[in-house]
Design a protein around this ligand. Structure first.
Ligand code: FES
Ligand SMILES: [Fe+2]
Length: 455
């Protein structure tokens, strides 16, 4: 430790750098029996897009486990261990049946819950099929996504339904994006709002909207479902508040990347709802819904949507800019995106070599919440987010809010005003004090009340 501190203080000091960095294994390892693997196995996770299930089984790897997912002739979806319980042949070569799937090698026939329906080469009175089961996990299909629960069957929680599942734009486009790195690196991006000013705006040109060049006031708050960040930018006579929602353990609801021409309160349009699902320790995929409507995309601005024609004076975008490794290496060097930032941290970043700063408080808070959940599971209890005490759908809090609040002459006083605005709006939203009747539209009464509270 002494050597490392010295190296980072000294110009041309790389010779003294610590070569023995390590990752935070408690947070990163996802295999069965690992602390985080057990934590993640207490939740439902989306594993694939339902439409990808065709007439042959699909091999997938989730949380370090090799599995096969398929829809049988009766329309039921099965998620089975890939190795056949007989002699280990992969069920990705199995034959889908009216009920379940049959292994290609000796024809053993498994139902979607793993029950062995038939062992055709064995004598008819063979008891073996009653003594065994193929490993299976329960699944739920919701709005085109297949979800699985891979934890102890006796602890299987109800499938969690969030309010945003029913949001009119939440079910727009399904997408899956792979990243060859640990799942935490990808999720931490969503707790890190300041990179919007640098990676997405100042350094390589405006990837979303010019307003993001400004460094916002930033706060992070724990919510009943996880945590949010609250960022406020001054934008002429307006204050622009953007809040992203991190839903424990690995889901995020992202506010529209919009410049909100005009006032709005709790505008949840232009959003995405996605999960970062570990494939294993060093790979993951993002999967979820986005409201990107490709038919409405503005030519030349991939992923952008102009909804002005639909619902008033807003340009809403939630682009795929920089979210994949699809561009060439040179293109990515000249205009890197999120994918380049998190993948280049390494297959599993060396946490011991990080130097977290004041703007990383969201990263710190998120890790703390995940670690807390890991330890709660280790003690034999249900972590935050598994069960929901309220009634109805679970709330989500991501939004954009814009209010006309002219700048104060004193920059420090204006800074305090921005923070107070962010806190006042957030307090109301966490308490449910806003008009839910017309989401995404100006709420003059609500905004007047907020202005009054700040006066
Ligand atoms: S290995 Fe699957 S039936 Fe024999
Ligand atoms: Fe980003």
């Amino acid at each position: 430790m002494q050597r490392r501190a010295k190296a980072f203080r000294r110009p041309y000091g790389a010779y003294h750098s610590d070569r023995d960095g390590h990752s935070d294994e408690e947070l990163c390892r996802v295999g069965h029996g690992t602390p985080c693997g057990e934590y993640l196995r207490r939740f439902w996770h989306p594993i694939c897009i339902e439409a990808e299930l065709g007439d042959v089984p699909r091999a997938i790897r989730i949380l370090g486990e090799d599995l096969v997912v398929f829809r049988d002739g009766g329309g039921r979806v099965g998620l089975l261990e890939r190795r056949c319980v007989h002699r280990g042949t992969s069920l990705e070569f199995g034959k889908i049946q009216e009920a379940g799937i049959r292994c290609c090698y000796h024809g053993w026939h498994f139902d979607v819950d793993g029950t062995i329906l038939d062992t055709p080469g064995e004598p008819p009175d063979s008891p073996i099929r009653h003594k065994l089961c193929q490993g299976a996990y329960p699944v739920e299909v919701w709005r085109g996504l297949v979800f699985a629960y891979m934890g102890p069957p006796e602890e299987c929680p109800p499938f969690p339904v969030f309010d945003a599942f029913e949001h009119s734009e939440a079910a727009g486009v399904l997408r899956v994006r792979h990243s060859p790195c640990n799942w935490l690196q990808v999720n931490e991006n969503e707790t890190d709002p300041i990179h919007l000013s640098f990676l997405h705006t100042r350094l390589f040109g405006v990837q979303f909207e010019p307003v993001y060049a400004e460094i916002p006031t930033m706060e992070w708050m724990e919510t009943p479902t996880g945590m949010i960040y609250v960022t406020v930018r001054r934008w002429g006579e307006y204050l622009y508040l953007r809040t992203n929602d991190m839903l424990l353990p690995n889901a995020v609801r992202i506010a529209g990347i919009n410049d909100a021409e005009g006032e709005t309160l709790f505008d949840r349009r232009g959003s995405t709802f996605s999960w970062v699902v570990p494939i294993d320790d060093t790979a993951c995929f993002s999967i979820g819904w986005s409201d990107i409507d490709k038919e409405l995309a503005i030519p030349g601005r991939t992923g952008y949507v102009d909804r002005r024609s639909e619902r008033g004076a807003y340009v809403v975008g939630a682009g795929d800019v920089g979210q994949t490794g699809d561009p060439t290496y040179e293109e990515r060097q000249r205009a890197p995106g999120d994918w380049d930032a998190w993948v280049s941290q390494g297959p599993m970043t060396l946490h011991s070599h990080e130097h977290l700063a004041s703007t990383d408080r969201g990263v710190t808070m998120y890790r703390k919440l995940v670690r807390r959940g890991i330890r709660v599971v280790a003690e034999g209890n249900a972590p935050k987010g598994v069960h929901f005490e309220g009634t109805g759908d679970r709330p989500t809090y991501c939004h954009n809010t814009v209010a006309r609040i002219p700048a104060l002459d004193d920059p420090e006083a204006d800074q305090r005003l921005r923070i107070a605005f962010g806190r006042e709006v957030t307090r109301r939203i966490l308490a449910g004090e806003y008009s839910k009747e017309e989401p995404g539209c100006a709420d003059p009464r609500g905004l007047e009340e907020i202005r009054g509270a700040l006066a």
